[in-house]
Design a protein around this ligand. Sequence first.
Ligand SMILES: [Zn+2]
Length: 348
Amino acid sequence: MPLAWTLPLIEIRLLGMTISASMLAGVMQMVDQGDIITAAMVCFCVIGTPLALALCLVYLAVGKPLGMNLRPVLLVLDKLKEWIMFDIYLIGVVVAAIKVKDYADLFAGYGLLAFISLTLFYLLLIIHLDVQSLWQKYYPQPRQALKPEEVKCCIHCHYSGQSDERGRCPRCYVTLTPRIPYSLQKAWAALISSIIFLFPANLLPISIIYLNGARQDDTIFSGIVSLASGNIPVAMVVFTASILVPISKVIILLALLISIHMRCAQGLKTRVRLLRAVRWIGRWSMLDLFVISLTMSLVDRDQLLAFTMGPAALYFGSAVFLTILSVEWLDSRLLWDAHATGNAEYTD
Ligand SMILES: [Zn+2]
């Protein structure tokens, strides 16, 4: 990780000088520009969460013999997985390279090898990390013969069985509720805020390029159009990640939330599949922010050639985070409630 974060990922030769871009330099460049929140978002996905995952695994290895409480760590472990975005950052490196290629000669940095290895290792780690078997290993639960109506499901550690005498999950000690409290309100709040943020995100400039003193503002869409003139496949990738995914995600979430309010009983399987699909594709929207962060650290030659971030980046990042949270907060079991006969149970 230290090598992949600090060594140059790509290098350019511009005006006889070699300029290199690393992940950390990109984040620092964003901080220097005063946009700490956007920098924090990038930092969270490519430095914060992978580091946290590694520390959690160390804690599990050390904590077990010392008899420490492993429950909070196991609970966090499951949530961390989808926030680790090395794979998306790697695609971001490729897109940034293609964008910069028009202005300068491009070379791969030493850090790229470290970064590709890191991405592969984390992919393997996430594939092999089975939180369920870890729960079973550290906190084995006796098998019980229960009637279906007695079985309760814990949405946090995915244990199904009876609650303990205090109404908690016997494995992770989180209080069991039939549905996540305030799930619908939280999901709506996050979704409505993200819809509001999507307007400035698409209308304001997301990147500003100074070329020989002339300033060129690019919105997400105009950036894709100018990318398409050189490389259509890459423009398609950026279009999918920055426009298609966020908008289709908002539309799907709106439809799902409305279907819960309407107590719609049709197409349950389709809707649950849509919710899963939305969870899986949502993280890819961060691509554009990664590209901007990397390009910024690469092309900063004052008035001659400079690339800076526009105000839309903050709104765009916020919208992406909020839609991910909206999916996270939506209790998928609410979709099934309308299907239940008689009194569909709502606890929101
Ligand atoms: Zn539990």
